[in-house]
Design a protein around this ligand. Structure first.
Ligand code: RI2
Length: 308
């Protein structure tokens, strides 16, 4: 898929999910490089910059997209020919996609250990990392029940219950406002992440923080399944995460409410570190206070390079 098509598919949510959009962004840069016709390095750099901006502009919140794009172009500044730049981007992007898929598999295996036989699990929205862990626990023979929220307004919960039911998991769909009603039956909450800040704050689908509050009140462990490329290096420097707001029409039909009524449709919310028991990542189970160290270790000097 070319850069324009990918950016459009990400912004209209035909491609969605923080991991998937990161892989789609990397793949679009791979295809951009593969199809590049010119041989002038200055033009290539300019066209690459435009392609990156277009992809990055497609959705503002999930840092996975930024990290996927940065990983794909790493080292391009040091090569002097278009041919070398093309081959570098192709191999970088391929490596990112492969590592990203592998990370989800690893998280599924590690995350499954947090689900015991007989557990009732609650999940919110549609996270491939969280669903992977749940399905792996089921595959290993644990008898579990899953409650999945509808996740208004896009209703990604419908995807989740389909994924789980297809895998043979005992699944119950609930509306978002039923979370507290079922919380006394839940043993563990497992959700995904769009972005995790250096301070251990989770940015995830709107409603996640309410789920975390309800879990905290009921003393239910709240576990986040996340690849480390959802950790945000820029939050080390005090940058805040932009919370995407989407169109009114996702919430109300035209004419349904008076035009004087304002509609507020934030797509994500933030859950402070104190409500999070663990981040399950491909490098292990991490306490929120350790996110800072992992960012430094994973991104190192590259953080500074990419910000210059
Ligand atoms: P995986 C989704 O965002 C959800 O917020 C989900 O928790 C998160 O991405 C991570 O998903 P959206 O694209 O990468 O539905 O674990 O707005 O699949």
């Amino acid at each position: 898929m070319n850069v324009n098509e990918t950016a459009k598919a990400i912004s209209d949510m035909s491609i969605r999910g923080a991991g998937r959009i990161a892989r789609a962004g990397a793949s679009a840069l791979h295809d951009f490089a593969s199809g590049y016709k010119g041989s002038d390095m200055n033009s290539f750099r300019k066209d690459l910059k435009d392609a990156m901006s277009m992809i990055l502009g497609s959705r503002p919140t999930a840092v996975s997209l930024w990290n996927g794009v940065q990983a794909s172009v790493r080292g391009v500044d040091e090569v002097s020919s278009v041919k070398d730049a093309v081959s570098l981007i192709r191999s970088n992007a391929d490596a990112f996609v492969k590592a990203s898929e592998k990370a989800v598999e690893t998280i599924s295996r590690i995350g499954a250990k947090r689900i015991r036989d007989g557990d009732n699990v609650l999940t919110h929205c549609n996270s491939s990392a969280a669903i992977g862990a749940i399905i792996e626990a089921h595959r290993q023979g644990r008898k579990i029940k899953v409650f999945a929220t509808e996740s208004r307004p896009w209703r990604q919960g419908i995807l989740t219950v389909n994924d789980l039911a297809r895998a043979g998991v005992d699944t119950t769909l609930i509306i978002d406002s039923a979370v507290r009603s079922v919380m006394d039956r839940i043993d563990v909450v497992m959700v995904g992440a769009d972005t995790v800040t250096a301070q251990g704050t989770l940015v995830n689908k709107i409603g996640t923080s309410q789920v975390a509050l309800a879990a905290n009140e009921a003393r239910v462990p709240f576990v986040v399944c996340t690849e480390t490329y959802k950790f945000s290096p820029m939050t080390l420097f005090g940058d805040t995460v932009t919370i995407e707001e989407r169109d009114d029409v996702e919430i109300v039909r035209p004419g349904e409410v008076p035009s004087s009524v304002r509609i507020f449709n934030p797509v994500f919310d933030t859950t402070p570190a104190k409500y999070i028991d663990a981040f399950v990542t491909e490098v292990g189970v991490i306490h929120p206070a350790s996110v800072y160290d992992v960012i430094i270790k994973q991104f190192g000097n590259k953080i500074f390079d990419s910000r210059e």
